[in-house]
Design a protein around this ligand. Structure first.
Ligand code: NAP
Length: 268
């Protein structure tokens, strides 16, 4: 039986990945589901058990190091091994830097999106080395290209991108794979829940949501990438093009990033 720890499993892409993993592997899988909202986690866990998987639910704020370490310890103690860690928990943010007065939420966002993944990964690494397991990081296209209004969010996702790229190189030959996923705009509530300039829930999206990827598609692409031990999953044609264009015509990519914003969220 394989054991996978999944952070940010109470909502959105994480909850859908949990259901799809349970569907694929049934009784061959134990899922350790982490997030802050225990009630929502229990609902997702029940859906996974209905599909045959074993589950352990652990209330975890990934912005707190001791809670990340306790999560991995609980997984290893309960199931005796660890085969995969999916660092998916994350928050969004949208604000022009010039409109931000108190930067404290920038630090908090870095703790959740970047440090949470670092703390969980560090704690999980001995177990993954023993099982020749799989690491997965859910970054964002905003972790490959700087997006206006997203100085906080892009910085956290670039940090993740760099951390996992360096770690992948470090782990060459150990049998542990590192897959970094770069979703584009996916149809979840993340942007409405994310910080605005005052560090409060934004309640609306700063992006143009037309053509958002269905959450089921995004979850499937991440799972397939991880299972095939791919280095990266860059999710949209525009994302793949933007990556190359950045080398050739970076100012064009700046304009593409600006065009991704909702009309009302563009800098004036
Ligand atoms: N949706 C998109 O368009 C998109 C695009 C690119 C990348 N991504 C990335 O994909 C990942 C999942 O996003 P999503 O769209 O599924 O977002 P979502 O629907 O808002 O779900 C976010 C998940 O992260 C958890 N979370 C947030 N803060 C946490 C904390 N401090 N500790 C533990 N868990 C925390 C939430 O659970 P609790 O609130 O219960 O803690 C929830 O389960 C994120 O890393 C996000 O940056 C999303």
């Amino acid at each position: 039986m394989q054991v996978i720890v999944l952070t940010g499993a109470s909502e959105g892409i994480g909850a859908e990945m949990a259901r799809q993993l349970a569907q694929r592997h049934g009784s061959g899988l134990a899922l350790v589901l982490a997030a802050r909202n225990l009630e929502r986690l229990e609902v997702v866990a029940a859906e996974c058990r209905d599909r045959g998987a074993q589950t352990l639910v652990q209330r975890t704020d990934v912005g707190v190091e001791s809670e990340c370490r306790a999560l991995i310890q609980a997984a290893a103690q309960t199931f005796g091994r660890l085969d995969g860690l999916i660092n998916n928990a994350g928050m969004s943010a949208h604000a022009l830097l010039r409109e931000v007065h108190d930067l404290s939420w920038y630090e908090q966002l870095m703790r959740i999106n970047h440090w949470g993944a670092v703390w969980c990964t560090h704690a999980a690494l001995p177990h993954l080395l023993a099982s020749r397991g799989r690491l997965c990081a859910v970054s964002s296209l905003a972790g490959l290209v700087g997006v206006p209004g997203r100085t906080a969010y892009s910085a956290t996702k670039f940090a993740m991108t760099g951390f996992f790229e360096a770690l992948r190189a470090e782990l060459g030959g150990t049998g542990v794979s590192v897959t970094t996923a770069y979703p584009g705009v996916v149809d979840t509530e993340i942007r409405r829940r994310g910080y605005n300039a005052a560090g409060q829930p934004a309640g609306k999206s700063g992006l143009d949501e037309r053509g958002a990827m269905p959450v089921a598609t995004c979850a499937r692409l991440i799972i397939e990438g991880m299972e095939q031990r791919r280095r990266e999953v860059v999710m949209t044609a525009q994302g793949r093009l933007g990556r190359w264009l950045k080398l050739l015509a970076p100012s064009l990519v700046d304009r593409m990033a600006l065009a991704a914003l909702h009309q009302d969220a563009r800098p004036r």
